[in-house]
Design a protein around this ligand. Structure first.
Ligand SMILES: O=P(O)(O)OC[C@H]1O[C@H](OP(=O)(O)OP(=O)(O)O)[C@H](O)[C@@H]1O
Ligand code: HPA
Ligand SMILES: [Mg+2]
Length: 179
């Protein structure tokens, strides 16, 4: 698995420091608001579980699964809800937790869905951002690291469902997905 990595962009320690900083900031900004923190499966599970441990305020969590990449390194452009929330977002301050924003298609679809369900507010926290790849005009409210335009894996991010368990974020060797 490690042989398939071309370069480590941020190691486990750098990621943990950033996650702590984001958790502290979010705790201040969401103080007294009892946010509904939504993990976008599957990629965001690792970030989400580390992030909420750094948050010191009461909050609720729920999960949503959407998919547009499947077995590819390019978005299909079609976002599908595979698993919906268990609770209502009506009147709630919602915090969407994402691992990465790439084209922006997944998030623009999700923000639209959650706003139409009459949430009070929708805020986005992403650990990674690849702004060079955006096809829709969208920025996260909280961003951990800005990445170059390369396909990355680790810390939740996959290629064909593999590599999510790497504790760092790295660039996948192109020969892995080109073969
Ligand atoms: O900005 P976009 O181009 O839409 O890409 C970002 C989305 O793509 C990935 O999810 P994926 O569809 O691969 O599902 P997964 O989290 O289960 O891997 C990632 O976790 C984001 O949710
Ligand atoms: O670079 C990426 N890696 C893994 N999954 C992704 N989903 C969007 N961009 C990426
Ligand atoms: Mg994926």
């Amino acid at each position: 698995m490690l042989n398939d990595i071309q370069e480590v962009l941020y190691d486990a320690e750098q990621i943990q420091a950033k996650v702590r900083e984001m958790g502290e900031k979010l705790s201040q900004d969401f103080e007294g608001r009892d946010p509904l923190v939504i993990c976008i499966l599957k990629g965001a599970i690792i970030f989400m579980s580390d992030l909420i441990k750094e948050m010191t305020i009461p909050l609720e969590i729920d999960f949503m699964a959407v998919s547009s990449y499947g077995q590819s390194t390019k978005s299909s452009g079609v976002v599908k809800i595979i698993k919906d929330l268990d609770v209502s977002v009506e009147g709630r301050d919602v915090l969407i937790v994402e691992d990465i924003i790439d084209s922006g298609l997944t998030l623009s679809y999700l923000i639209d869905v959650l706003e139409r369900r009459n949430s009070k507010s929708v805020t986005v926290a992403t650990l990674f951002d690849k702004p060079a790849r955006r096809t829709v005009d969208l920025e996260a409210d909280y961003t951990g690291f800005t990445l170059p335009d390369e396909f990355v894996v680790g810390y939740g991010l996959d290629f064909a469902e593999r590599y999510r368990n790497l504790p760092f974020i790295g660039v996948l060797k192109p020969e892995v997905y080109e073969k």
